[in-house]
Structures are given as structure tokens and as C-alpha cells.
Design a protein around this ligand. Structure first.
Ligand SMILES: O=C(O)CCC(=O)C(=O)O
Length: 244
């Protein structure tokens, strides 16, 4: 059954009792779940941080290696940001627009992603990248696999904010049939393990206006893009270098 929440009168601002209510969980596959409304109690704390990140790294429309302009506006925060240009798709520690490091990942983002991952069965998720996608009416994301990450042992955690969208969740091959999964403000999709490389995408966004976010949908996708070993490696000082 698809998520069908947004409690009456709520704009995503919840009182204490709501924090204790477990989110309804929809099973998409052996290791993929939709946590319906999971993020609603977090949103009041999350939106001001999102605004700060976007002030430092505004949305931009990237070019695919094939020369197309993506309909979705993109930004990132965290140690690594996903980028695309005529040379290909990759993660970079530097925002190619500002030539500065991407904004740090706000702690509330990390905590939400970790808690959602754990709720879906993935303990110890430690994201180093948060891709921020902005869909205006008509914007879409074609079916694709997330494959630019160093290792696939960590799950993907994907948060929906604003206007509803139709998420496509396919199989291991592009030609496999996709499930249509309606996603609402506050829903979180988590997939990993045997489902980590499943194709997924988003149908063109329908027009509308969300009470908090207006005429847009924002998606935050948390990933472990570098390896855990790289994350823990400290820069070597000259006197620790081999042979000294
Ligand atoms: O917007 C979404 O729900 C999915 C985003 C996505 O597939 C991606 O960023 O790779």
C-alpha cells in the first residue's frame, strides 16, 4: 500500500507525541523500504539548514556527458558532491561552480539519514555525500543505477520534500519492470544490500503548490561515496613518510 499520510492540519511541524509514533513501512524489495512520513518530525530543524547550504551552493542545471542539460537543479553538501559535465559523472570534494569545498553536511541531515538507514535495517550508515535535487513541474530523472560510489556496501537514503512525486523502482537491469511508488513530503526511501544497484528514477513532476515549499519538490539523497578507509586516513606529515 502506498504512503497516504500528512496528518490533518499539518505542515510538517509536529508535536512531541508524533515523535514517538513509528513511521509506516512499505516493503519494495528484500532490502528496500519506504518509511512513510519518517522525516516529518525532523523537517522544522532541517529546512533552515537546507537554506544555508543552498545559499553557499545554489542549484544549477548540470550537463550530462552526452551534452544534455538536466531538468533537475542540483546542489550538494558533505565531503563529496556528485557532479556531471562533458567529461562524465563523478564525485568531487570541490563545487565546480564556486571552486570551493561543498558546504559541510549539517548534523541534522546526518542524524536523519543514519536513523532512517537503521530503521530500514542498515546500522552504522555514515554518509559523506548529500545530493540535493530540485524538481520544478515537468522535471524528471531517467531510470539509472547509482554506481559512481567507491563501494556498494552502504545503502542509499533518499528524502522527499515538497510536492508529491512518482518514484520508479526497477530491477537490476534497465529493461526490468518498475514499481510506481508515490512519494510524499517527509517520506524516506532506503535501499541497499541486494537491492543497492536497482534502477530507479522519477516521472515528470506534476504542477502544484506545497504549503511549505511552493511549486517544487526537493530530494536529498545520502550516500557513502568514498570508502571508509579514505575517510579515516589522515594526511601523513613529512616525518611519518615511508623511508624516514
Ligand atoms: O528524486 C528522487 O527521488 C531520486 C533521486 C535520484 O534517483 C538520484 O539522485 O540518483
Amino acid at each position: 500500500m502506498p504512503c497516504s499520510h500528512e496528518p490533518p492540519g499539518s505542515l510538517g511541524l509536529f508535536d512531541e507525541s508524533d515523535l514517538q509514533q513509528p513511521a509506516r513501512i512499505e516493503v519494495l524489495g528484500p532490502q528496500s523500504r519506504v518509511l512513510c512520513g519518517f522525516a516529518l518530525p525532523w523537517i522544522e530543524g532541517l529546512l533552515p539548514q537546507l537554506e544555508e547550504v543552498l545559499a553557499a551552493a545554489p542549484f544549477r542545471h548540470m550537463i550530462t556527458p552526452g551534452g544534455f542539460t538536466m531538468s533537475v537543479g542540483l546542489s550538494s553538501c558533505g565531503q563529496l558532491g556528485w557532479t556531471s559535465d562533458s567529461n562524465g559523472y563523478r564525485y568531487s570534494p570541490i563545487d565546480p561552480q564556486s571552486l570551493r569545498p561543498w558546504p559541510a553536511m549539517p548534523e541534522v541531515f546526518r542524524q536523519l539519514a543514519q536513523t532512517a538507514a537503521e530503521t530500514a535495517g542498515f546500522k552504522g550508515f555514515n554518509p559523506d555525500s548529500c545530493l540535493i535535487n530540485c524538481y520544478r513541474p515537468g522535471a524528471k530523472m531517467s531510470l539509472h543505477q547509482d554506481k559512481n560510489e567507491r563501494d556498494f556496501s552502504a545503502p542509499i537514503v533518499s528524502l522527499s520534500l515538497g510536492l508529491p512525486a512518482m518514484f520508479l523502482f526497477g530491477g537490476q537491469q534497465r529493461k526490468d519492470k518498475s514499481q510506481r511508488v508515490p512519494l510524499l513530503h517527509g517520506d524516506v526511501v532506503v535501499w541497499g544490500g541486494v537491492d543497492r544497484l536497482r534502477y530507479h528514477g522519477v516521472l515528470p513532476l506534476k504542477d502544484g503548490s506545497h504549503p511549505l515549499l511552493g511549486q517544487q519538490r526537493i530530494n536529498l539523497t545520502f550516500r557513502r561515496a568514498g570508502s571508509e578507509a579514505e575517510f579515516n586516513r589522515k594526511p601523513r606529515s613529512a616525518d611519518q613518510a615511508p623511508g624516514r
